[in-house]
Ligand binder design. Structure first.
Ligand SMILES: [Mn+2]
Length: 499
């Protein structure tokens, strides 16, 4: 695919491949709540006296050639069909406040852009292939007052890229998104259309598509993300590095968490995520004591007590929206008790067995099976499973260890923490691993506080160890290896940070 990068000139002020003529739009919020009616004199004053801030000759973003290759693969997979990939809309929290926006992963993967309300459209060409266009909200019009009177005006929300700037940065022709619903509605109805559903109800209403066809598009785009390219791997490395920094921050501030609550831990990690990345990639699990046995403990409002364990499952999402997903279980006092260490060591051994099973040609399930076997062996050795009734093969066949291992041992990782979740079974769960796949290995043991089948001293202990593992040509690489993992290394690391 070639992109027209004609720069803006006096004769061609917007550059080629964009449409940025002014669109007359009704102005929302003409009456400003605080200041009342706007005088004609003020409205006139606000129209002029603003400098030209257009940026010229911008270089494409780093990943522009990668996003172009993905769009080419998409185009080849759906010849003769119209494809609509929305970024998604803001969601109202209350009145005129919104939840923070995070663009749809499908859209980000294909464009590198993160704008709300935007949409990528691939329109089939008669001669084959597709015309590609990215529909975005242009810069605010100053003549009609949109700039300062509209809720999405740049005076309120900050400067946007112009359509020309965005075209240069993203390597895609750009158009005004306020025309897209109309253009789609007017488009040739005989062309089969597919849209990624669940992000933009307005666009879904503007096109005619089938549920089955849309699902095929979603499945294809999910499968397109299974193998990461080297730029994506670099992003995942950066996410892991920032995440290691976040865990270090938490250990440094453990005494303040003891003085307050799990929220101090959540907040400490989040500060690092916001400073080094976009955000956390999912709600941090800061689970002290028995909360560690609740798999998705995100209330994080409990006490942090010395003598107990802290299970911290957290990941920084980069500014490009790739996330890490790492768990460490730490002794809050800095030292494991003998029982805590025994359980921790079993989980560590299971994780080591799991990581060793991650290599090209292995089945996705192999690392899960390897880790479960180690955990089942320990549960039998500890007498929690009756060795006079079952051997390890029978335990695994019946899944009896799952009372305490609870969850699968890992998942794909990328733009989403549970990446590629819609991919076909043949390209995920039933697939053979290949270089460039990134996944988590995260076995755990969890003894609920009210579990009468285990000795009292086990109850309320939960341990999980989770790392982000890249499949390489000859095995794997632990991208989060900079965080200590063995019980001894964890204690030494915590001691080194407590001074
Ligand atoms: Mn995970």
């Amino acid at each position: 695919m070639t992109e027209d990068r004609t720069p803006a000139t006096a004769d061609n002020p917007e550059g080629a491949g964009t449409e940025e003529e002014s669109v007359e739009q009704p102005i929302k919020g003409r009456k400003n709540g605080l200041y009342g009616e706007v005088s004609d004199e003020l409205a006139e004053s606000m129209k002029s006296g603003w400098a030209d801030t257009e940026l010229r000759g911008l270089a494409p973003i780093e990943q522009a050639s990668r996003t172009a290759a993905r769009r080419a693969a998409l185009s080849a997979a759906f010849p003769g069909q119209r494809l609509v990939i929305p970024a998604g809309n803001l969601r109202t929290r209350a009145n005129d406040t919104e939840y923070s926006f995070r663009a749809a992963s499908e859209y980000v993967h294909l464009t590198g852009d993160q704008s709300e309300d935007a949409v990528l459209v691939l329109e089939p060409r008669a001669e084959g292939g597709h015309d590609q266009a990215l529909y975005l909200l242009p810069r605010s019009n100053r003549e009609n007052g949109e700039f300062w009177l509209d809720g999405q005006g740049e005076l309120w929300v900050g400067r946007r890229n112009s359509l020309t700037e965005a075209a240069q940065l993203l390597g895609l022709p750009t158009r005004d998104v306020r025309k897209v619903a109309e253009e789609l509605a007017a488009a040739d109805a005989s062309v089969p259309t597919r849209i990624v559903r669940g992000y933009d109800a307005t666009l879904e209403a503007a096109v005619t598509s089938t549920e089955e066809g849309d699902e095929e598009l979603r499945v294809f785009l999910s499968g397109l993300r299974v193998v990461k390219d080297d730029w994506e791997i670099g992003q995942l490395r950066a996410a892991c590095t920032a995440t290691v920094n976040g865990f270090t921050d938490v250990v440094r501030e453990l005494s303040q968490a003891v003085a307050t609550s799990e929220r101090w831990i959540e907040g400490t990690f989040w500060r690092r995520a916001r400073v080094e990345g976009n955000d956390v990639g999912y709600g941090s699990i800061a689970a002290a004591g028995p909360h560690a046995t609740t798999l998705h403990w995100v209330r994080n409002d409990g006490e942090v007590r010395p003598g107990e364990l802290l299970l911290l499952d957290a990941g920084v999402e980069t500014t490009t929206l790739y996330t890490a997903d790492v768990t460490r279980t730490l002794p809050i006092s800095g030292t494991f008790s003998p029982l805590q260490r025994k359980i921790y060591d079993a989980v560590y051994e299971a994780q080591e067995a799991g990581i060793a099973a991650v290599k090209p040609g292995a089945r996705f399930r192999d690392f899960h099976d390897a880790a479960q076997r180690v955990l089942a062996e320990h549960l039998l050795a500890w007498g929690l499973l009756d060795a006079s009734l079952y051997d390890v093969e029978k335990v695994l066949e019946l899944g009896l260890q799952r009372r305490w291992t609870l969850h699968g041992t890992g998942h794909m990782l990328g733009l989403d923490v549970h990446d590629c979740a819609h991919a076909r079974r043949e390209s995920y769960v039933e697939a053979l691993l290949e270089p460039g796949v990134c996944l988590t290995v995260e076995p755990g043991l969890y003894f609920q506080q009210d579990d009468l089948t285990v000795p009292q001293e086990y109850r309320g202990i939960g341990v999980r160890i989770e790392d982000d593992i890249l499949v390489t040509a000859d095995g794997n690489e632990n991208l989060s290896a900079a965080l200590p993992r063995t019980a001894d290394a964890v204690e030494a690391w915590m001691a080194s940070l407590s001074g």
